[in-house]
Ligand binder design. Structure first.
Ligand code: ADP
Length: 161
């Protein structure tokens, strides 16, 4: 049973995240999407809502599970039987941010590998922060985030369309 973990803030999940989840779910027996709960960084959407939203839009993917976690990713991944961490790459800037994290996680002695998946080009410009900002200003997020979640995102970002 090969388990991979896709950790992130997912505040909120975007079409770019969903694309990575779909593609990664084809490569592993089980994909655990793990929402990092960072109590000092509450963000926009409540942590439990972020996980529920991911569950709703991945309901058609039987080998995807969604959980929240706190603390060290390396410890959590190991406790879940995952030896592979999936991260998405949109740009060289992502690589510059991600590479040291991968080296740090790999160096924690748990046999963890980080696999980078290149974003599909149509999602390369999408970020959670962009979705939050556009939603807060009442802009159109229909191409950026799953449509089933739009109302919830607008409500959480405190504006109506
Ligand atoms: P974090 O706070 O851990 O960066 P995010 O929710 O912002 O959490 O991102 C989680 C992962 O998804 C990261 O590896 C990030 O690079 C990747 N990601 C974010 N947006 C996209 C996208 N549009 N296409 C592919 N990967 C993405």
């Amino acid at each position: 049973m090969r388990t991979a973990i896709f950790p992130g803030s997912f505040d909120p999940i975007t079409n770019g995240h969903l694309d990575i989840i779909r593609r990664a779910s084809l490569l592993f027996d089980r994909l655990l999407v793990a929402v990092l709960v960072h109590p000092s960084k509450p963000g926009c959407l409540p942590f439990a809502d972020r996980a529920d939203m991911i569950r709703r839009v991945t309901a058609d993917l039987p080998n995807v599970t969604v959980e929240q976690f706190t603390g060290l990713l390396a410890d959590y991944a190991t406790s879940q039987g995952a030896r592979v961490i999936i991260r998405g790459l949109r740009s060289a800037a992502d690589f510059a941010y991600e590479a040291p994290m991968a080296w740090l996680n790999g160096g924690l002695g748990k046999g963890l590998e980080t696999l980078f998946m290149l974003t599909s080009p149509q999602y390369a410009f999408i970020s959670s922060s962009g979705v939050r900002e556009i939603a807060a200003l009442g802009g159109d997020i229909s191409r950026l985030a799953p449509q089933a979640l739009e109302n919830q995102i607008y409500a959480a970002c405190n504006r109506t369309e």
